[in-house]
Design a protein around this ligand. Structure first.
Ligand SMILES: [Cu+2]
Length: 221
């Protein structure tokens, strides 16, 4: 038990040092995403765009990825939401022992592949920004989303609903929040934040209304 406590104290000390070191080098923003009842929302895409477009792009952990993998496992797309930069690609993989399919009818990208067990698709390149909804013709309950963005920084909220974007320069930013609750044709909420210095940080809370059952027509993508 004493050893266990000792490890915990050491871990807390390391975290404190890391926080102090990171805070001195770059600005950061954290967002708490909830539904309208205040419950934490996972799978919200939080993308950060500089107002001044000449701000150079990032290379830290919050940098928008240029490639992603969506696995098919236990008849589920994993992850449920991915985000990539415009021009980036997603590779689809079947890790189940049954055959799967993956298709998109999205206006910005249409494709379909049948994937045998252990098979992967070629990388699918997305060259227009927007939301792509994915399905499997064999298992109707399988659904996933690809958010294709020009924003240099992005993250997807975990179960806590809290998104941290680190490694930002000082400046003004527009943050856009997208979630599968937001129906096609509805403008996602945005927030403007100003990070005046390299060590500034700000926290923003955003509530997303769940769709009204009568509005829940995902076929409109
Ligand atoms: Cu399937």
């Amino acid at each position: 038990m004493r050893q266990f406590l000792g490890v915990r104290v050491f871990a807390a000390g390391a975290l404190l040092l890391e926080t102090l070191g990171g805070g001195a080098q770059a600005a950061s923003v954290s967002l708490t995403i909830t539904d309208s009842d205040g419950h934490a929302l996972a799978d919200a895409v939080v993308s950060v765009m500089p107002v001044n477009k000449t701000i150079s792009g990032p290379d830290g952990p919050s940098a928008t990825p240029i490639a992603a993998i969506i696995d098919q496992r236990n008849e589920t797309f994993i992850p449920y939401v991915v985000t990539i930069r415009r021009g980036g690609s997603v590779t689809f993989r079947n890790s189940d022992k049954t055959r799967h399919h993956v298709y998109s009818f999205a206006p910005i990208k249409q494709f379909e592949y049948v994937l045998k067990p252990t098979e992967s698709s070629p990388p699918v390149v997305f060259d227009k920004p927007g939301i792509v909804v994915l399905g499997c013709n064999i298992h109707d309950q399988m659904i996933a989303y690809v958010d294709v963005t020009d924003a240099p920084w992005v993250t997807v909220t975990p179960a806590s609903g809290v998104a941290h974007i680190d490694g930002l320069p000082s400046g003004d930013f527009v943050i856009t929040i997208w979630h599968p609750f937001i129906r096609p044709g509805v403008t996602p909420p945005t927030r403007k934040v100003s990070l005046p210095t390299q060590d500034s940080t700000t926290a923003v809370a955003v509530a997303i209304n769940p769709p009204h059952p009568r509005d829940d027509d995902s076929g409109a993508y």
